[in-house]
Design a protein around this ligand. Structure first.
Ligand SMILES: Cc1cc2nc3c(=O)[nH]c(=O)nc-3n(C[C@H](O)[C@H](O)[C@H](O)COP(=O)(O)OP(=O)(O)OC[C@H]3O[C@@H](n4cnc5c(N)ncnc54)[C@H](O)[C@@H]3O)c2cc1C
Length: 512
């Protein structure tokens, strides 16, 4: 086997440029003992241009890439994201109005030697009405008060609250592109029209009108839903999740703020509707709002009416973009000398912003497992098994939001609770959690994108019932836990006083 000296990345969206920059940074580029990395992208085929919410792992990725946090915030119209607020997911809105719960990014507070708070919350030690996310972290209070997760004096990518970002997807791809090129990635504009295979079934060349044949030792398919290499050329089977996760369309709009100094929410607002849910993301200069829905439960014109009613007058002069989604993943992400990163490898709908997180994982794995000596088969096998399991776990986590609903007002919600739409693994986990709460031992950490606390926040936000009445003897630290919950509330007040408002933080970082 010949060592890998050349990598060709096809596609210049978030997946392509993030992978290019990450590999340039971690493998090094040619001339410095590394590899030649070339990215070819079409000027005729646009990027998907949505994907504005992220997961906290993005901070580690941006830091590894060597991007300054203030530059990132300024150039991508970025804001901070401290979690997701889920509105009307458990119950349909009624005469009493809406209900909501919060999935914060900060872990439940855990003082060294202190009790694990979840079982004590289940036993009522935080009070009858306190939601778990509110009782166990300061973050919900901070986010509700429209304050940011960090102070200006905190270092890059650091802060007292765990956080991710919202950003403009087009501007993000632009920043990643400039940065990757500054790290030595070569850039070609060209549309791949044909892919040829060699006698072993590996990619021999990709052909563009502009550059003729382009050849490499390793090809990375970042062509989005088109999956030109991994799907069309190599025929990797697509494992559809449409019978479990029903949404397959999205309408997206860019909505101006009513006033230039309006507060910016530091969380995504996800509101359940009759056949899906809307996202509402506050960027620095505008909001990104969209409706993700199931075409088997509604039609496009009704979906647009729902989106317009949700946004109100601010949508009057706006025209939505419509997007078709293929929810599922490739059985094999890496075949011979080609690996898929991004939408070409799979997509588990946007509910918990897993798209970019899965790109980060794939780029990291390609770099870490990189078969320098050219022996790709064992690496491909490991990569495929790892990525498949990650996608399965993300799919279970997302499905959990739907299948625990108590809504019966529309077929979409009813169908989402059908046992046949729930995987065996998720069903078994939910069954175990009826008599004990989720624990880190339920999870193989490296295969999970979401930590156990995320599962806990969503599970109990969805009003799941865990009955501890027969195991109270296992929890003797009631008084300590009660004091701990009271302390968290006091600390939350202090945190709100100590942290700047979200808009002030973003404005100040942009002015740096
Ligand atoms: C409605 C919706 C909402 C989403 N929300 C989120 C979110 O909140 N958070 C999140 O993390 N993710 C989200 N995602 C997913 C996220 O948008 C993607 O994971 C991310 O943008 C990466 O896309 P990509 O780079 O794989 O593909 P694209 O952005 O589609 O890029 C494809 C690239 O391939 C190029 N290309 C295609 N064909 C060829 C060819 N033949 N020759 C040369 N070049 C070619 C194109 O020019 C383009 O540069 C969302 C997705 C959708 C659909």
């Amino acid at each position: 086997m010949a060592p890998i000296k050349n990598i060709l990345i096809v596609g210049g969206g978030t997946a392509g440029w993030l992978t290019a920059g990450f590999l340039a940074r971690t493998l090094g580029i040619a001339g410095e003992g590394g590899v030649v990395i070339t990215l070819v992208e079409s000027s005729d085929i646009g990027i998907i241009g949505v994907g504005e919410g992220t997961f906290p792992s993005i901070r580690g990725t941006l830091s590894t890439l060597g991007i300054d946090e203030a530059v990132f915030i300024r150039e991508c119209s970025a804001t901070f994201k401290q979690g997701i607020q889920f509105v009307d997911w458990v119950h349909a809105p009624g005469p009493a109005g809406s209900s909501h719960y919060f999935h914060p990014f900060s872990q439940p507070s855990q003082r060294q030697g202190g009790p694990d708070l979840l079982p004590y919350w289940l036993l009522g030690m935080a009070g009858k009405d306190a939601a778990f996310a509110e009782a166990a972290t300061m973050q919900k209070r901070v986010a509700d008060a429209h304050h940011g997760p960090k102070r200006l004096t905190d270092g890059d990518y650091l802060g007292p609250m765990n956080y991710a970002y919202h950003f403009d997807a087009g501007k993000f791809a632009g920043l990643l592109s400039r940065h990757a090129k500054s790290l030595g990635v070569q850039h070609r504009i060209g549309t791949v029209e044909r892919v040829t295979l060699d006698s072993q079934g590996a990619i021999d060349a990709v052909f563009t009108a502009e550059w003729g044949a382009l050849r490499a030792d390793l090809y990375i398919d970042c062509t989005g839903f088109r999956a030109e290499l991994i799907g069309k050329a190599l025929g990797s089977t697509f494992h559809s999740l449409r019978d479990s996760l029903f949404v397959d369309r999205a309408l997206a709009m860019q909505v101006p703020y009513s006033q230039a100094d309006a507060p910016i929410a530091s969380y995504t607002i996800s509101t359940a509707h009759e056949a899906g849910w809307t996202w509402d993301i506050g960027l620095h200069q505008r909001r990104g709002v969209g409706y993700v829905y199931s075409s088997r439960h509604t039609d496009d014109s009704r979906a647009e009416a729902v989106l317009r009613a949700h946004i109100g007058a601010a949508a009057d002069d706006l025209t939505p973009r419509i997007l078709k989604l293929d929810v599922g993943y490739r059985e094999a992400h890496w075949i011979k000398n080609c690996v898929a990163v991004g939408l070409s490898g799979g997509f588990i709908e946007p509910l918990e912003a897993s798209g970019i997180g899965l790109i980060e994982t794939a780029a990291y794995l390609v770099g870490f497992l990189f078969p320098k000596d050219g022996h790709m088969a064992p690496v491909a096998k490991h990569f495929n098994s790892f990525m498949r399991r990650r996608y399965e776990r993300v799919a279970d986590f997302v499905k959990m939001h739907y299948c625990l609903t108590q809504r019966k007002d529309h077929a979409f919600w009813h169908d989402n609770t059908a046992p046949g739409s729930i995987s065996d693994t998720l069903r078994d986990q939910l069954s175990m959690w009826r008599c004990r709460p989720p624990h880190r031992l339920d999870f193989v950490t490296d295969l999970e994108m979401y930590p156990p606390s995320s599962w806990q926040y969503v599970l109990y936000g969805m009003e799941f019932k865990t009955d501890l009445s027969h195991s109270q003897a296992a929890y003797p630290r009631m008084d300590e836990a009660r004091d701990e919950f009271a302390m968290i509330q006091k600390m939350a007040q202090r945190a709100v006083a100590d942290l700047p408002t979200h808009r002030a933080l973003v404005d100040a970082m942009c002015a740096r």
